[in-house]
Design a protein around this ligand. Structure first.
Ligand SMILES: *[C@@H]1O[C@H](CO)[C@@H](O)[C@H](O)[C@H]1NC(C)=O
Ligand SMILES: *[C@@H]1O[C@H](CO)[C@@H](O)[C@H](O)[C@H]1NC(C)=O
Ligand SMILES: *[C@@H]1O[C@H](CO)[C@@H](O)[C@H](O)[C@H]1NC(C)=O
Ligand SMILES: *[C@@H]1O[C@H](CO)[C@@H](O)[C@H](O)[C@H]1NC(C)=O
Ligand SMILES: *[C@@H]1O[C@H](CO)[C@@H](O)[C@H](O)[C@H]1NC(C)=O
Ligand SMILES: *[C@@H]1O[C@H](CO)[C@@H](O)[C@H](O)[C@H]1NC(C)=O
Ligand SMILES: *[C@@H]1O[C@H](CO)[C@@H](O)[C@H](O)[C@H]1NC(C)=O
Length: 390
């Protein structure tokens, strides 16, 4: 049911409140939302050449970084340093995917892994707002120049082979990520978006298909049980010191030029952990990820970085830190999806919980701590006045 309109004087009060809150954004928001900004105050590290990406994926191989991103045929870029500059070296697919779902020429959210000399690139085919989706996989043995082989779909939801089997009847086959159980060597595919959020499936040993496709041993990893819209997607899984970390993006990813969400409901990067690759996962406050939990690691900050998400983690070693990478919008550049840039920061851990740290070449950003892009604030005020006078 739609609430009836407040009385005129109440409308004026609401407007006054919005204006005051907007003018003083740092202090007037509830604890959950203000925590977003308190915990994330690091500007992304350099991105020479301003590489534009959506849902980046990066692997380190033979001393070079290889970046895969959502885009026509899955573009591949290469750099010798995370700071860039990045040069395009090819695409994963020759043309359209062999899967007949979504936009076959424009896959989303690739995740590439290396196993025994072969590279596996899991990619997504879908369209906005639809559960008719598929995760496909392509392989190659060398990243520079050699052609990839497209093996087609690993899973389908909504439509296509296997889509009538639970949990493909209730989930959305997008945003693949990958993890190997450190004690058993078994590999898993994580996926999901909105609907029933993020899920995990055991992969067959060939990594090209799932185990038991007629009755998969599926596990749900995250869920927002109390919200009608369940904006969690783009999972990633990492392993460090006995813990599996499930990372995901929470909130609105795209189409900000058509409207901004309530502050804090734009993309932010969240995490939970478990000693078991299959969960259950909990956040820093002990809340289950199946019950809406997820600790914020990185989010909009300084009034410059907006809606970071589409993440991955590049594992460090004894001498190099882990790296969190993502895409974000720079509020001085623009809010079109195509304006999204590559961002990255070094990670450190406290009691086994990751946090973003300063790193090389940090430019001292004098940031006025305005927090909100001005156009967002203006949009709210404008709509409030329209509402008063309508
Ligand atoms: C590794 O990188 C070096 C230097 O870029 C190159 O000469 C060599 O061919 C590469 N090796 C492989 C196996 O790709
Ligand atoms: C990347 O570039 C930065 C800045 O020039 C430099 O400090 C760093 O050592 C480089 N890293 C590698 C792995 O070459
Ligand atoms: C598929 O994606 C391409 C590239 O973004 C776009 O040009 C094309 O219009 C899309 N096709 C459909 C049917 O949406
Ligand atoms: C488990 O992790 C350790 C250290 O990260 C590694 O040396 C070992 O090979 C891993 N085992 C498996 C089965 O992946
Ligand atoms: C750690 O990783 C860096 C590359 O990021 C590599 O140069 C170095 O050799 C690695 N160190 C160890 C101990 O594996
Ligand atoms: C945002 O873009 C402006 C203008 O190009 C640039 O000066 C600034 O460094 C960028 N900030 C971030 C965090 O990308
Ligand atoms: C990482 O965090 C720990 C606290 O957990 C701190 O003692 C250490 O100095 C930090 N290391 C770096 C490189 O920031």
């Amino acid at each position: 049911m739609y609430p009836s309109r407040p009385l005129p004087h109440l409308r004026l009060l609401i407007l006054a409140l919005i204006t005051i809150v907007g003018a003083n954004p740092a202090s007037e928001w509830g604890p959950t939302v203000s925590r977003v900004y308190d915990t994330t105050d690091k500007i992304p590290l350099p991105n020479q050449g301003h590489l534009q990406v959506h849902d980046p994926n990066i692997i380190l191989h033979n001393g070079s970084y290889y970046l895969f991103k959502g885009g026509p045929s899955v573009p591949i870029f290469k750099a010798t340093n995370m700071t860039g500059p990045w040069s395009k070296i090819g695409t994963v697919l020759d043309g359209d995917s062999i899967i007949h779902t979504g936009n076959r020429s424009r896959p989303w959210a690739p995740t590439t892994i290396a196993r025994d000399g072969t590279f596996y690139c899991y990619y997504t085919l879908s369209t906005h707002g639809s559960r008719k989706s598929a995760i496909g996989v392509a392989t190659t043995t060398t990243l520079d120049g050699s052609p990839w082989t497209d093996h087609g779909a690993v899973i389908h939801t909504g439509d296509g082979e296997g889509s009538k089997v639970w949990p493909f009847t209730i989930t959305n086959a997008i945003d693949a990520s990958f993890i190997t159980d450190n004690s058993t060597g078994k590999s898993y595919l994580n996926y999901g978006s909105f609907w029933h959020d993020i899920w995990q499936l055991p992969l067959s040993d060939d990594l090209l298909s799932i185990e038991d496709p007629g009755d998969p041993d599926a596990m749900q990893l995250t869920f927002l049980p109390h919200e009608r819209v369940k904006p969690q997607e783009g999972s990633w899984m990492s392993y460090r010191d006995g813990y599996y970390y499930v990372w995901f993006s929470h909130g609105k990813c795209c189409k900000f030029t058509e409207g901004f969400p309530v502050r804090g409901m734009e993309y932010s990067i969240r995490v939970g952990r478990s000693k078991n690759v299959r969960g259950p996962f909990v956040d820093k406050d002990g809340q289950m990820l199946l019950d809406g939990g997820g600790s914020i690691v990185y989010a909009s900050n300084h009034g410059k970085v907006y809606a970071p998400g589409g993440i991955g983690v590049l594992d460090g070693n004894e001498t190099t830190p882990d790296i969190l990478y993502y895409h974000y919008l720079n509020t001085s550049i623009g809010f079109f999806d195509s304006d999204a840039h590559l961002g990255w920061n070094l990670l450190n851990y406290s009691d086994g919980w990751p946090f973003v740290v300063d790193g090389i070449l940090m430019s001292a950003d004098s940031g006025t701590m305005a927090y909100l892009p001005n156009c967002f604030y203006l949009t709210i005020v404008m709509f409030s006045w329209l509402y008063i006078w309508s």
